[in-house]
Design a binder for this molecule. Structure first.
Ligand SMILES: *[C@@H]1O[C@H](CO)[C@@H](O)[C@H](O)[C@H]1NC(C)=O
Length: 150
């Protein structure tokens, strides 16, 4: 249906209100802002690049995130239910709203992350992913939002 779209022009960075739950992994927060001591997100240009591709019926969404320099961590949080395909460098973070986010499994330097998201909800006709790029412990950017209309 759609070809690859270079998203960097469309991604908008914005800060989300912070909330935490004791159930979450120590270094992560489901709002997409890492809890790394008192480190605050970078104000500088966000090097995150996102490519996505949607299969014909709109239920499979392939996502690739990359940066112009190596990064160690990331988080991709969907706005509605589905499953992420897992790989060598990815694992799930269980969020307290019942939606799983995809995050890094290790802290080795990565060039890119690719995943597939399978929607289980037919509605609404759009989905949004909140994507955080973590270059290293004390260097990360505010979450960006990828909106996909199906
Ligand atoms: C996982 O990360 C390593 C280190 O960057 C890389 O060599 C490998 O290809 C990655 N695996 C996948 C499935 O992307």
């Amino acid at each position: 249906m759609l070809g690859l779209v270079l998203l960097s022009m469309v991604v908008s960075s914005q800060a989300f209100p912070s909330f935490t739950s004791g159930l979450e992994a120590a270094c992560s927060s489901c709002d997409g802002i890492p809890e790394h001591d008192s480190v605050v997100p970078q104000q500088s240009y966000n090097p995150l690049d996102v490519l996505y591709e949607i299969d014909e019926d709109g239920s499979f969404i392939h996502i690739k995130i990359s940066s112009d320099r190596p990064f160690r961590g990331f988080m991709i949080k969907p706005s509605s239910a589905g499953f992420f395909g897992l790989g060598e460098n990815t694992t799930l973070l269980h969020c307290d709203d019942g939606l799983d986010a995809l995050t890094h499994k290790n802290a080795i330097d990565k060039v890119s992350i690719t995943t597939m998201f399978i929607r289980t909800a037919n509605e609404p006709r759009w989905i949004s992913f909140r994507i955080t790029l973590v270059e290293k412990f004390d260097v990360f950017w505010p979450p960006s939002t990828l909106d996909i209309y199906l």
